[in-house]
Design a protein. Structure first.
Length: 85
């Protein structure tokens, strides 16, 4: 299974102070319960920081798999919970 995240995107007519940017974190249950506060930069999963990119909205995809050959890939275990904030 996959999770696709589409970042906010705006055309040139939107004033810069109105452009939204996000940082998405993956946290454990304690991070979720603690008022959704991440505890480290290592929990950053994606940064939506190009709201006026010429190519259109940025898209990030998470593939849910038990093993990954990629260093930036995330391994997910059956029966565990994962939280994005």
């Amino acid at each position: 299974d996959y999770l696709d995240i589409y970042c906010p995107h705006y055309n040139a007519s939107v004033p810069e102070h109105r452009l939204e940017q996000y940082v998405l974190y993956m946290v454990n249950a304690e991070g979720w319960d603690a008022a959704c506060k991440p505890s480290s930069k290592e929990q950053i999963r994606w940064e939506c920081d190009k709201p006026s990119a010429l190519h259109g909205p940025e898209k990030f995809s998470e593939k849910f798999q038990r093993f990954t050959p990629f260093t930036l890939g995330k391994e997910f275990r059956e029966g565990h919970s994962y939280y994005y904030i």
